[in-house]
Design a protein around this ligand. Structure first.
Ligand SMILES: [Zn+2]
Length: 377
């Protein structure tokens, strides 16, 4: 047994405990939480700082890690996507090495679970090792009706490759503007007992709202230049109208940078503030989200300087009035709940959530640019 004590313990499902002690077994399983003065005759390991559960990165694209520093900031989403799809081919060995580096970076930064978008099976080789828990969202992006069958067959093939290695994998749509209704229907028909969550990029750019409200703007121009199906926008008046089975299926809507209170539904939302600043130069309005259902992600290294949840939480803190316990809940429990990582997210008895030590939190209990994360387990 180990007994870990810090200035504050953040179990997340309970309020923070000053000088609290976390009792774990040698496998890192939580056995009990103690108030400081209730223990005697045991060796207590003392830490200066805060102990909290391992972080969940609810939205990443690990396979794009080789694009670090390749795409300049502030291009806007559509130019960003054009750059990503128009990039020259990178060798598989470079892609693989950058994936290894990126996973190591996440581990070092206290991340224990990831919701990862996959357009390929490039990350499968590392996920098989289960250094981190992954939920793999096999992303479908197809604007041409004639190509639906090929696209879906490819997605099914990749999903099955992940599942063959006992990895969670579900086929999901990329966004409301890149999947016509007929393809959306096929994607929902593929939901099965092993599919817990549908993830989709949502309202990441103002033009997504303009497209559905006014049938105008940059996205429509771009889609028309691609010869895309006009059914994408014709009979749809807002982004959330593209989602099906909204009451029975768990959804994770990602970005929501240009979402308003009227758009809010009872689903999980994921914010990626540093990527939003990188691409669109702004962050979402955090005033109306349900704090039990807001998760956080890094997005990929193509649009971020790091894969660090504490840096994302700092960015949310600077743009909201959330207290530290709420921020840490966004960074751990909510993502674990959404992605079905039942053993992660809180210091509840029986869980093996990973343990992070946060240092250089200021005296007002605020994350600072100096705050560091160290993995205890
Ligand atoms: Zn993304």
């Amino acid at each position: 047994m180990r007994f870990l004590q810090a200035d504050y313990l953040f179990p997340i499902y309970l309020p923070p405990i000053k000088n609290g002690v976390l009792q774990i077994n040698l496998d890192g399983m939580v056995i009990a939480i103690h108030e400081e003065n209730t223990l005697s005759g045991v060796d207590i390991e003392k830490f200066s700082g805060i102990l909290c559960p391992g972080f969940i990165n609810a939205h990443c694209h690990l396979e794009l890690s080789h694009l670090f520093n390749c795409i300049s900031p502030n291009l806007g989403l559509i130019n960003f996507i054009k750059k990503i799809s128009g990039r020259s081919k990178t060798s598989q060995s470079i892609i693989a090495n950058k994936i290894i580096d990126a996973e190591n970076q996440m581990i070092k930064n206290g991340i224990v679970g990831v919701g990862d978008i996959c357009n390929t099976n490039d990350t499968l080789f590392i996920k098989k090792d289960k250094n981190i828990a992954y939920y793999n969202f096999i992303e479908t992006f197809q604007v041409h009706e004639k190509k639906f069958e090929n696209t879906i067959n490819n997605s099914v093939k990749i999903r099955n490759q992940f599942r063959f290695h006992n990895l969670k994998a579900t086929i999901v749509p990329h966004s409301p503007y890149s999947v016509p209704p007929a393809l959306m229907k096929i994607i929902y028909e593929l939901i099965d007992d092993s599919s817990d969550v549908i993830s989709i990029h949502n309202q990441e750019t103002k033009d997504e709202n303009i497209m559905f409200h006014s049938k105008d703007g940059e996205i429509i121009k771009w889609l028309l230049s691609l010869g895309a199906s006009t059914t994408i926008w014709e009979n749809i008046s807002q982004s959330k109208d593209v989602l099906l089975n909204i009451s029975s299926q768990k959804h994770l809507l990602v970005h929501n940078t240009f979402m308003s209170k009227d758009d809010l539904m009872d689903v999980y939302y994921c914010t990626c503030p540093k990527a939003n600043i990188y691409i669109e130069g702004t962050t979402p309005d955090y005033s109306f989200f349900n704090l039990e259902k807001l998760c956080v992600g890094t997005d990929s290294l193509a649009s971020n300087s790091s894969l660090s949840i504490i840096e994302e939480l700092f960015c949310i803190q600077e743009n909201s009035d959330f207290d530290l316990n709420s921020l840490l809940k966004i960074g751990s429990k909510n993502g674990a709940d959404c992605l079905g990582f039942t053993s992660l997210g809180t210091f509840e008895n029986g869980k093996v959530p990973g343990i992070n030590l946060l240092q250089n939190i200021d005296f007002n209990m605020k994350i600072t640019t100096e705050t560091t994360v160290k993995r205890i387990i």
